[in-house]
Ligand binder design. Structure first.
Ligand SMILES: [Zn+2]
Length: 407
């Protein structure tokens, strides 16, 4: 890896070796894994080195405050992101926002800014939902968008409950749930994130302000058939759920294509028991659907569910559909977005199809996002990228925005 040429790039270079995935490429940093906890320790050390005192709240969110005047924390300006990743993800989704927050703090101090409100830096756990299935779990717990009871009973692919894994990470499961006190401290929230599309590449600009997040949700389809022997079971005698699931995957694409603007994906499919010489007894597949109009999202899922039942029946199988999460389309606070745009001299405004903790918080407090250019346009993949120069431009933009909001 070439030497980083900027402070933001230098911060990220320090964690470039953490959580690498030799099989998938890129990084696998699931929440509460050794890799993700190592990143949290790195971040806490960076905060401590800046004289801040990191603390983990009862929902597992890391907080630190720059509050030189010792003001009450209620109504503070908060910036933050996440350190967990999807399996085989990129280096920037999450960590860029946190490295930029540190860099922006350094820049604000270097400029001699005296904040009239405290600045909070926050790290949210399980943003990707890649371990327990519910995206933005930390911010959803904070806001009460998911109940503690539901969260604690979620299981990871190895069957561990969120409660057990959180306990092993030193958290008390009894403390999880909506946190009025923590919410009251967030007066304004700003999240910087690597762009997860080609918007800024096409506009030839390093930084954008977010306008909206597409509504999105996840559904688990469990297709039940008859597990049996691959050699002794005649084709006519089979009730093969993997065959049914494959037809469902094709139907997902067809239904999405018939609804302009819809994005529907099956990126994960799990045959049970999963043996080469075994006809599966069950297949779980996960459907991800996104559309700016929540009614269209609902209609797409309903149509896919209807076709799944039909296609499964054609193979002698049955289907259960369970919603795992659903987030309506979020339009970020227009006045705040305009204020950010004006501060940054009229940078572009971009909508995104990716979910973020900022989208969850937007239902409760004025919230904004900044995007930093990703030259590949690819995300949730090792090819996700951000040049050192653009990372630094993002940090400077974040510092400019925070300086304005902290006045
Ligand atoms: Zn992210």
């Amino acid at each position: 890896m070439p030497e980083p040429t900027t402070a933001t790039g230098g911060l990220l270079a320090a964690i470039a070796g953490t959580g690498r995935d030799a099989v998938r490429g890129g990084y696998s940093r699931p929440v509460f894994s050794t890799a993700e906890r190592d990143l949290v320790s790195w971040y806490e050390a960076e905060l401590t080195a800046r004289g801040l005192e990191p603390e983990i709240d009862r929902n597992g969110i890391v907080w630190a405050w720059w509050n030189p005047a010792g003001l009450p924390l209620e109504g503070a300006v908060v910036t933050g992101s996440h350190l967990d990743s999807v399996p085989g993800g990129g280096a920037f989704d999450g960590p860029l926002g946190l490295a930029s927050a540190l860099r922006a703090l350094d820049l604000l101090r270097g400029r001699g800014v005296e904040p009239a409100r405290p600045l909070g830096l926050a790290v949210f756990p399980e943003e990707e939902g890649s371990r327990f299935g519910v995206a933005c779990l930390g911010s959803r717990l904070l806001t009460g968008a998911v109940t503690a009871e539901r969260a604690l009973n979620l299981t990871d692919p190895d069957g561990n409950t969120f409660a057990d894994v959180a306990r092993r990470a030193g958290l008390d499961p009894a403390g999880f749930g909506r946190d009025e006190e923590a919410l009251a401290r967030i007066g304004t929230f700003v999240e910087l994130h690597v762009e997860q599309g080609r918007g800024l590449v096409d506009l030839d600009a390093p930084v954008a302000v977010a306008s909206s997040i597409l509504g999105h949700g996840r559904w688990r389809f469990s297709v039940h058939g008859q597990g049996n022997h691959a050699g002794t079971t005649l084709l006519d005698d089979r009730r093969d759920p993997l065959l049914a699931a494959s037809r469902v995957v094709v139907a997902v694409r067809e239904v999405a294509a018939a609804n302009p603007g819809a994005r529907a994906t099956v990126g994960r499919l799990q045959p049970v028991p999963g043996g080469t010489n075994v006809i599966a007894s069950r297949v779980d597949l996960w459907l991800d659907v996104r559309h700016p109009d929540d009614a269209v999202t609902a209609a797409v899922v309903a149509e896919i569910s209807r076709r799944a039942v039909e296609l499964a029946a054609g193979e002698g199988c049955t289907v259960q559909v369970r919603e795992e999460s659903l987030s309506p389309t979020v339009d970020f606070d227009p006045a705040l977005a305009r204020r950010l745009g004006a501060t940054l001299g009229g940078v572009p405004a971009l909508a995104t199809g990716a979910g973020h903790d900022a989208g969850v918080l937007a239902a409760h407090v004025p919230t904004a996002m900044l995007f930093t250019r990703n030259p590949t346009g690819v995300s949730h993949s090792p090819e996700e990228f951000c040049t050192d120069d653009d990372a630094e431009a993002g940090s400077v933009a974040l510092a400019d925005v925070l300086a304005d909001l902290l006045r």
